[in-house]
Design a protein around this ligand. Structure first.
Ligand code: URA
Ligand code: CA
Length: 442
């Protein structure tokens, strides 16, 4: 079939066959389908949707467009987690070492910051010497010794997604749920884990603005993973405010170290989401029988310090200086020229936040890249002093900014004032966790 006819078929709302999808991905990666035709196809998919079977076929075709990592020579159930992107989401740096301390095998490939969201690789690079670029051999060696490693992608993983994502980004087709599901799952499946726990974010700082869309994406991804024999679970969690209090690279590592040192209360949203991710990972690996047993093991690994030790050893094995990874050591990595405090303009209640605005303000301080090769200032960012639902008085500190370069400071402060909404009457406070989707639900 000519590709133009295939576009027409999708534009008419018909389902594409497995062979058609396979051929399309191969031809696109080889350069035999031009971007203008592929962007038209993406728009047809955005408008007409795809069935779960089509989405699974697309995922597999994308997954096999490049290298597929084989972790089968590592012991145990290989675990991975993935968050669809958020602000102040430091969960990997907490959960990966904690789960390893509980006997799990965590072989994780992470990403860089994208748009207003931070990336685990950038955070890890805030620790002097730590390298996220490891060969496959060295990656496996670290996992074998320590139970956990977090690195950047090695090899040529899912070239179809690199090309498609760049195209979607400039053709207003990022937000198609089947295209997001296949993009995320092709990369997760190609990374070789047996069991994957996804954290689908919803709210003002997330791709999925509504809860309904987030559950649709969560169910679809669990279904795709299950179809290809992997264990997949998905949490749907709130991203209407930063998850942790810290937003910035070293600042987020500092918060992770504090949590692993037992210095963050168990009522904290970051703590709660970390526990939920950890419990689900341990259950997927068959290491615990239920949530309660998982929670108890994870908390023990906080209290006896074994989780923090795993993180310190991981950093050391990846070339970094582990002496920074204590609550005192981290203070050296967040030293800045100046602190600036954003304060409340009036008395009232913090009813809403725009998490995207908060993420963008932190980027303006230099914590992210505006251009591909920009150098990140690892120390800058902010620490939130309030959460949604807080009652404040005029002049109270809303957030503490860690500032070096002041070029966009005024813009960042203005954006933060707009992003933290204070109203006279107390509003509804949204839950942190909306639900968990497992194989049984799909
Ligand atoms: N993250 C991805 O990796 N792909 C998408 O399409 C959206 C978010
Ligand atoms: Ca992330």
């Amino acid at each position: 079939m000519r590709f133009v006819d295939l576009i027409e078929k999708k534009a008419d709302g018909k389902a594409l066959t497995k062979e058609e999808i396979q051929e399309m991905i191969t031809a696109y990666v080889n350069g035999d389908i031009p971007d203008y035709q592929m962007s038209s196809m993406c728009m047809a998919i955005l408008q007409r949707g795809m069935t779960p079977e089509e989405t699974a076929d697309l995922t597999l075709a994308m997954m096999h467009s490049g290298d597929v990592v084989d972790l089968s020579d590592l012991p145990g159930v290989k675990l991975d987690k993935h968050s669809t992107g958020g602000v102040g989401d430091t969960t990997t740096l907490v959960v990966a070492p904690l789960v390893a301390a509980c006997g799990g095998t965590v072989a994780k490939m992470s990403g860089r910051g994208l748009g207003h969201t931070g990336g685990t690789l950038d955070k890890l690079e805030s620790i002097p010497g730590c390298s996220v670029e490891q060969s496959m051999e060295s990656f496996k060696k670290i996992v074998r010794e320590n139970g956990v490693a977090v690195i950047g992608q090695t090899g040529n993983l899912v070239p179809a997604d690199k090309k498609l994502y760049a195209l979607r980004d400039v053709t207003a087709t990022v937000r198609s749920i089947p295209l997001i599901a296949s993009s995320i799952m092709s990369k997760k499946l190609a990374s070789g884990a047996d069991a994957i726990v996804l954290d689908v974010k919803t709210g003002s700082g997330a791709f999925m603005r509504t809860k309904e869309e987030a559950f649709e994406l969560a169910r679809l991804m669990v279904r795709i993973g299950t179809l290809v024999g992997r264990k997949v679970r998905a949490l749907v969690t709130d991203m209407n405010q930063p998850l942790g209090n810290a937003v910035g690279n070293a600042l987020e590592v500092q918060e992770a170290v504090e949590l692993l040192s037992g210095e963050i209360p168990s009522t904290d949203p970051l703590y709660q989401v970390c526990m939920l991710l950890g419990e689900n990972l341990l259950m997927s690996a068959g290491l615990v029988k239920d949530e309660a047993e998982g929670r108890a093991k994870l908390e023990e690994a906080i209290h006896n310090g074994s989780g923090l030790k795993k993180l310190q050893r991981m950093i050391e094995l990846q070339g970094g200086d582990p002496s920074y990874l204590t609550t005192d050591g981290m203070k050296k990595l967040v030293e800045v020229k100046r602190h600036v405090y954003v304060t409340a303009d009036k008395d009232g209640f913090v009813n809403h936040m725009n998490a995207e605005g908060i993420g963008t303000a932190v980027q303006m301080l230099g914590a992210g890249r505006a251009k591909k090769d920009d150098v990140i200032d690892m120390a800058v960012g902010l620490v939130m002093k309030v959460r949604c639902g807080a009652e404040v008085r005029k002049g109270d500190v809303l957030c503490d900014l860690y500032v070096n370069d002041e070029k966009y400071l005024d813009d960042a402060v203005a954006l933060l004032k707009n992003s933290i909404v204070i109203e006279d009457e107390k509003g509804e406070v949204l839950p942190m966790v909306y639900g968990v989707v497992t194989e049984k639900d799909v």
